[in-house]
Design a protein around this ligand. Structure first.
Ligand SMILES: Cc1cc2nc3c(=O)[nH]c(=O)nc-3n(C[C@H](O)[C@H](O)[C@H](O)COP(=O)(O)O)c2cc1C
Length: 373
């Protein structure tokens, strides 16, 4: 369906109205947001427990997986899955099959953390890479040996950039081989692509730094590479224009993201996924960039995220502000979230203690509603 079609359709649509994306019919517009859970197995390979977790949540209109590294260099945390080895592709095949067997759809989120890593997580103990040698001012890297101070990353050379783009392309191909329905490129939350885009982290003086036309270049080149492997509308992009997570700043976010989003009109993406400002962003000096600005610039589908509930999500769709809504923490605690929202049933509360790492507790033991006969 064309973007215009999606908007016309939204005149009577709400969260429960199906939507078409390039031959895929999403049975509702309640998307499971990408959620890192640090429970991958040996070799960062998805396990049977991960299969069960995604299977339980297959009633989402679309699942976007947890961020998944495109290369060994892209790793930034313990036990996050990858999509760069054969074993990882085999592990993900079981996840996609389980979701498809339940009638669901699933995109893989492609991830390179850039500077948000630590030598102990990098191949041969090397320094993490970034657009520029700028260390995050706050926070610590999470390693297998516990939290450790960030190190100053190594700036990628111009000659290395085609290799990074090639890693995205190869990972996108692996995602096809693993049976995904599409991919989402993670350009949000202070990871590599966001680090290139924003001037707080990008101090380069070559064609990937300086003016926004240069800072946005890597994201656009990655989209082009991924679209060599996937049809355009099977590729999404996630951005966080107001985000300060991972010590992110930009001197003019409205201009930076406005430029990028205008360029995205050329790429006919599955959708543009926007993480809206949260309270923490405002505490950390973030500038709120309203989603309405992007609705005016962008002709394609917009998915919005950040503390939505059924009322707010329905309103946003009914008022044509967005086309889809993704839910993060609510999906952690409610495997049957669409049905609960439909019935206006009570929601299980998520337990932040079990968000990152651990066993099946707080992962696959949140109850679904009792089946009604
Ligand atoms: C446990 C946890 C893990 C997350 N992992 C990711 C991730 O892998 N990729 C990503 O883009 N965002 C990630 N996020 C951000 C969520 O996708 C989402 O933006 C955030 O939870 C706000 O949405 P919510 O209010 O519906 O939870 C994570 C958030 C949480 C709480």
């Amino acid at each position: 369906m064309s973007a215009t079609g999606a908007i016309t359709d939204a005149q009577t649509a709400d969260l429960f109205t199906p939507i078409e994306i390039d031959g895929l019919t999403l049975r509702n517009r309640i998307v499971m947001a990408p959620l890192t859970r640090n429970r991958a197995g040996e070799g960062n390979v998805p396990t049977a427990m991960n299969v069960e977790y995604y299977r339980q949540r297959a009633s989402a209109g679309l699942i976007i997986t947890e961020a998944t590294q495109i290369s060994e260099q892209g790793v930034g945390y313990p036990a996050t899955p990858g999509i760069h080895s054969e074993a990882q592709v085999s592990g993900w095949k079981k996840v996609t099959k389980a979701v498809h067997d339940e009638g669901g759809l699933i995109f893989l989120q492609l991830w390179h953390v850039g500077r948000i890593s630590h030598p102990s997580l990098q191949p041969n103990g090397e320094l993490p890479v970034a657009p520029s040698a700028v260390k995050p001012a706050q926070g610590q890297a999470l390693t297998y040996e516990g939290p450790k101070d960030y190190v100053t990353p190594r700036a990628l050379t111009l000659e290395e950039i085609p290799g990074i783009i090639g890693d995205y392309r190869a990972a996108a191909q692996n995602a096809r081989d693993a049976g995904f329905d599409g991919v989402e490129i993670h350009a949000a939350n202070g990871y590599l692509l966001d680090q290139f885009l924003r001037d707080g982290t990008n101090r380069r003086s070559d064609e990937y730094g300086g003016v926004v036309e240069n800072r946005a270049r890597l994201i656009l080149e990655v989209i082009e590479a991924v679209q060599e492997v996937w049809m355009p509308e099977r590729v999404g992009l996630r951005i966080s224009p107001s985000g300060t997570f991972n010590d992110m700043h930009d001197s003019d976010p409205e201009h930076t993201f406005g430029y990028l989003v205008d360029k995205l009109n050329h790429y006919h993406l599955a959708c543009l996924h926007i993480v809206e400002a949260g309270a923490k962003d405002m505490c950390h000096g973030g500038t709120e960039v309203p989603t309405s600005i992007f609705r005016d610039i962008y002709q394609g589908r917009i998915m919005v995220n950040g503390d939505y509930d059924a009322r707010k999500g329905n309103e946003a769709i009914q008022q044509h502000k967005v086309d889809l809504v993704s839910f993060g923490r609510k999906f952690i605690a409610n495997p049957d979230l669409p049905e609960r929202l439909r019935q206006n049933a009570p929601l299980n509360a998520p337990d932040p203690e079990t968000f990152y790492g651990g066993d099946e507790r707080g992962y696959i033991d949140y109850p679904a509603l009792p089946e009604t006969i």
